[in-house]
Design a protein around this ligand. Structure first.
Ligand SMILES: C[S@@+](CC[C@H](N)C(=O)[O-])C[C@H]1O[C@@H](n2cnc3c(N)ncnc32)[C@H](O)[C@@H]1O
Length: 469
C-alpha cells in the first residue's frame, strides 16, 4: 500500500505505549507488541461488524478489558480510528480476505501503516508477517477512485458531483478533527480560559470564526478538569457554535430548539440569551435529552425547559403554535459533515437510510415551522454535506410555504463580527455552509427563514372560527 507507507509513520507521543498497563513493566521496543495487537484485533472484531457507532463499541470494549492502561487504550483507539479511515483501501489491498473476518490482519496492517512496519514486533506478526507484507506491497494508486477516496460508491458519486473541490474534501476527511471548545460566556471568557489551559501546558488558540471558541493544539481528556466540570467550557465544533449564533438569540426571547439531543446547541443558545427568556428543548429521544441535564447543571443556565416529545406532531406542541421568536431545527441527518470524527459512519450509511432521513427532515421542518410567530425565524441546520438534506429540503419547503422567506445567513453572522471573506460569502450565497476542506471545521449547513405572514391554513381556520361566532 504505497500510499499509506510512511504516512504518519511516527512513534506515538505516549511514552510507554505498547506496554501492558501503559507504564508498568520493562520498556517495550515497538508499538505493535502481541499484547497491543491482540487487543486491537479484538476491538476491531467488534467495531468492524459496523452494527453500532465505533465510539460506543470501543468504550464498551475498554470497560470490559481493565488490563488496558490509559495509554494502551489511547493507542488502540487511535489505531482503530485509523483503520476505519482507511478501511476501503485496506480491504482492497487484502482481498480476497475481508476485514470483518480478518480483524487480526487489519490490526497488523493498520499498525504498520500508522506507525511504520518496524513497529510490528516479530512475535506479534507471527505467521501473518508475509500476509502483512503482501498487503503493504499493493499500490493503492491502482485502486478504483471511491476506494482511494475511502468512501462507499454512492457517497463518492454524490460528493464528486456536488463539489468542485471534492478531492480536497476526501483528503480532509482522512485527517482526525481537532478538539474544539466553546467558552461559556456566563462564566468565563476565552482569554482567561486559554490561560487556564496554558497553566496545564496545553495551547488553546482563539478560533478563526467563532468569537466564543478555543481550539486545542492537542487532544486531551478534559472531562475531569475544573475548567470543564465547573462549566467554563463545553466541547463543541466551531461550525456548530456558529449555528447557535444564526438564531441571533438575545435577551428575553421565546426560543425553541426542536431537535435538541443532548443539548450541544441548546447550551450555546442559552448562553447567548444570557440565561433570560425561555428556551424550550424538544427531542423524541428522551434518553439523549436526559444527557443534557448534567451539562445544564455545569453551565449555570436556568432558562432551559427540556421536554421529550412523542414525534414532531406531539399534541402538546399545539398550544405553542405561533409563539416562538426563534425555532431551531437541528435536523436528524446522515452526519456526513462529521466523517473526520466518526469515520465508521460512511460504512454504516446507505441510500435507503438517506431516503428515510430525508422524509423525517421534510416532516420535522414542516411541523416546527408552525411554532414560529410572524416576524420570527426558523433556522434549519444539518451536519451533512449532501445537497439532498440541505438546499433541496429548503427549496421544497419554501415552494410549499410562501409565508417564509430566506434571509442571508452570512449577513446575520457578519453582524456578530464573524469574519467571512468575499470568496466564502460567494460560495455560501444566502446559506451558511462550512466544509472541512475549506474552513477546517466539520461540514455544516444552515438556512435562516423568516415568517413574513401567518400560516395560511391557520389564518383560514381562525377566520372561519371567527365568522362562525
Ligand atoms: C443532529 S441531532 C441534534 C444534535 C443537537 N442539537 C446538538 O447540537 O447536540 C438530531 C436530533 O433530532 C432528534 N429527532 C429525530 N427525529 C425527531 C423528531 N421527529 N422530532 C424531534 N426531534 C427528532 C434525534 O433524536 C436527535 O437527537
Amino acid at each position: 500500500m504505497a500510499r499509506g507507507k510512511g504516512r504518519g509513520a511516527t512513534r506515538p507521543r505516549a511514552a510507554g505505549a505498547g506496554r501492558p498497563g501503559g507504564g508498568r513493566g520493562p520498556r517495550s521496543e515497538v508499538v505493535g507488541t502481541p499484547f497491543i495487537v491482540g487487543h486491537l484485533a479484538d476491538a476491531l472484531h467488534m467495531v468492524l461488524k459496523l452494527d453500532g457507532p465505533a465510539d460506543v463499541l470501543l468504550s464498551l470494549y475498554f470497560r470490559k478489558n481493565h488490563e488496558l492502561g490509559s495509554r494502551d487504550r489511547g493507542l488502540v483507539a487511535e489505531t482503530v480510528y485509523y483503520a476505519l479511515r482507511h478501511l476501503a483501501s485496506i480491504a482492497w489491498a487484502m482481498a480476497p480476505a475481508v476485514p470483518e473476518r480478518s480483524p487480526r490482519l487489519v490490526a497488523l496492517v493498520a499498525i504498520a501503516l500508522r506507525f511504520g512496519r518496524r513497529e510490528l514486533s516479530e512475535a506479534a506478526a507471527g505467521r501473518d508477517a508475509a500476509a502483512v507484507d503482501a498487503v503493504l506491497a499493493k499500490d493503492v494508486g491502482q485502486a478504483p477512485a471511491p476506494v482511494r477516496a475511502e468512501l462507499p460508491d454512492w457517497l463518492y458519486d454524490r460528493i464528486k458531483a456536488q463539489y468542485p473541490d471534492a478531492e480536497a474534501f476526501f483528503r480532509a476527511i482522512a485527517q482526525p478533527a481537532p478538539l474544539d471548545l466553546r467558552v461559556n460566556s456566563l462564566k468565563a471568557d476565552p482569554k482567561s480560559v486559554a490561560e487556564e489551559f496554558a497553566e496545564r501546558g496545553v495551547q488553546a488558540s482563539p478560533m478563526h470564526y467563532s468569537p466564543d471558541g478555543l481550539r486545542l493544539a492537542e487532544k486531551v481528556g478534559i472531562g475531569s478538569w475544573p475548567v470543564y466540570r465547573e462549566g467554563r467550557v463545553d466541547i463543541q465544533d466551531e461550525g456548530s457554535q456558529l449555528i447557535a449564533r444564526l438564531l441571533a438569540p438575545c435577551r428575553r426571547l421565546m426560543v425553541c430548539d426542536f431537535c435538541a439531543g443532548a443539548g450541544g446547541k441548546t447550551l450555546a443558545i442559552g448562553a447567548l440569551m444570557k440565561s433570560t427568556g425561555s428556551l424550550y428543548a424538544f427531542d423524541v429521544n428522551a434518553k439523549r435529552l436526559a444527557g443534557m441535564v448534567p451539562r445544564l447543571r455545569r453551565s449555570g443556565l436556568t432558562n432551559v425547559h427540556p421536554i421529550a416529545i412523542r414525534d414532531e406532531y406531539d399534541r402538546r406542541l399545539g398550544r405553542l403554535i405561533g409563539k416562538f421568536d426563534r425555532v431551531l431545527v437541528d435536523a436528524p441527518c446522515t452526519g456526513t459533515g462529521t466523517l473526520r470524527r466518526n469515520p465508521d459512519l460512511r460504512w454504516r450509511l446507505s441510500v435507503a437510510e438517506l431516503e428515510r432521513i430525508n422524509a423525517v427532515q421534510a416532516s420535522v421542518i414542516r411541523s416546527a415551522a408552525r411554532l414560529v410567530k410572524k416576524g420570527g425565524r426558523l433556522v434549519y441546520a444539518t451536519c451533512s454535506v449532501l445537497r439532498e438534506e440541505n438546499q433541496a429540503v429548503i427549496e421544497a419547503f419554501l415552494a410549499e410555504h410562501p409565508e417564509f422567506e430566506l434571509r442571508s445567513a452570512p449577513d446575520i453572522l457578519a453582524a456578530q463580527k464573524v469574519p467571512f471573506t468575499s470568496e466564502e460569502r460567494e460560495r455560501m450565497g444566502s446559506y451558511f455552509v462550512m466544509l472541512p476542506q475549506a474552513n477546517s471545521t466539520d461540514g455544516f449547513f444552515s438556512a435562516v427563514l423568516e415568517r413574513v405572514a401567518e400560516d395560511p391554513a391557520r389564518a383560514a381556520h381562525e377566520g372561519g372560527a371567527l365568522r362562525g361566532r
